[in-house]
Design a protein. Structure first.
Length: 332
């Protein structure tokens, strides 16, 4: 196939992160790790850059400074605006210039995303009024108190409204960013990025942000080996009893560990993985739905269609058509 002339190549989705000293380093790393360059193994579909209200050296909470050369004008060319982790201190205010820039970006159609305490900045701009929102659980009460028009959900990992999205703290930012990539580019492309980052399949937004991890020492309590095994055996019928036997615990104990560590039931976790695998096969292959159903462990085309519709409110055929039309638009 003859390559498209350079002038016809689709423009990458431009993600601009708005920084503020002292910039939390981890949320920024989460965003750049997902939207940044992953080398030739993952074709670039995003362009990632940073800006600040006052360009120049921007200090971080990790003891180093970054040289940021772009100002708020960079938000005018962003498809997605990210506020990675910073928010005003107790009683502090967000700069009127930042508020105005975020409102302009949102009004012209840019998606605006707040990671962790970034939700405070979006709330100050009025972008979360009347909306459900997430932030780090330790600051959820403060966000609700300072912005009573925001419907703060202190438990979930992230909330995506399409044009506005917010995440909880720490690694929940990766989950939200991978979710956005999946929405933009498809589940298969998001999975490629997750694999390059050596990340497990991303968690759904409804999972608990403060789920308990196993205490240091009893590694046998960790679900990681079981989750890895399940991911490699999606084509097999697996019940909760089968999972429990694999983990050498009772079904009741297994269910408790899933709830504590993931905030979700074993059956729901496995079904989510099967739906993700279905999306990837619909996106990347021409396999019949019946074949896909057997490959992802959903037994039949009838069962797959029912489960797929319950999860995504669309049919496999409609999903495949919509994804391919979107991809043709990117490549045409």
């Amino acid at each position: 196939m003859t390559p498209l002339p350079r002038t016809q190549l689709p423009s990458p989705h431009r993600v601009v992160a708005l920084l503020q000293p002292p910039q939390p380093a981890f949320p920024l790393a989460c965003a750049s790790g997902v939207f940044g360059d992953h080398g030739p193994a993952v074709p670039a579909r995003y362009a990632f850059e940073v800006c600040a209200e006052r360009p120049g050296p921007v200090g971080t909470d990790s003891g180093y400074a970054m040289l940021v050369t772009a100002g708020l004008e960079a938000l005018e060319r962003a498809d997605t605006v990210l506020v990675p982790g910073w928010g005003p201190p107790d009683g502090g205010q967000v700069s009127p210039d930042v508020v105005a820039a975020l409102r302009r970006a949102h009004a012209r159609g840019a998606r605006v995303v707040g990671l962790c305490a970034g939700a405070f900045v979006l709330a100050a701009a009025g972008l979360l009024d009347g909306r459900r929102a997430a932030t780090h659980w330790a600051r959820a009460a403060e966000l609700a108190s300072r912005f009573p028009r925001v419907r703060v959900d202190p438990a979930v990992l992230y909330v995506d409204h399409g044009s506005v999205a917010t995440s909880a703290g720490a690694a929940a930012g990766v989950d939200l960013c991978l979710h956005l990539v999946s929405a933009d580019q498809g589940a298969a492309y998001a999975t490629r990025i997750a694999r390059r980052m050596v990340m497990p399949p991303h968690r759904e937004g409804c999972q608990l942000q403060y789920a308990e991890l196993p205490a240091a020492g009893p590694a046998a309590d960790s679900l990681a080996p079981l989750l890895d095994w399940l991911g490699e055996h999606l084509d097999e019928p697996v019940s909760v009893a089968d999972m429990a036997a694999r983990a050498r615990v009772s079904p009741r104990t297994l269910t408790r560990r899933f709830t504590e560590q993931l905030g979700i039931s074993p059956g729901r976790w496995l079904l989510d993985r099967r739906i993700d695998a279905t999306r990837a096969l619909l996106e990347e292959t021409d396999l019949p739905v019946e074949t896909i159903a057997h490959r992802v462990g959903l037994s039949s085309a009838v069962n797959l269609r029912r489960r797929f519709h319950e999860a995504l409110r669309t049919t496999p055929a409609a999903y495949r058509r919509a994804f391919r039309a979107a991809r043709a638009g990117r490549e045409g």
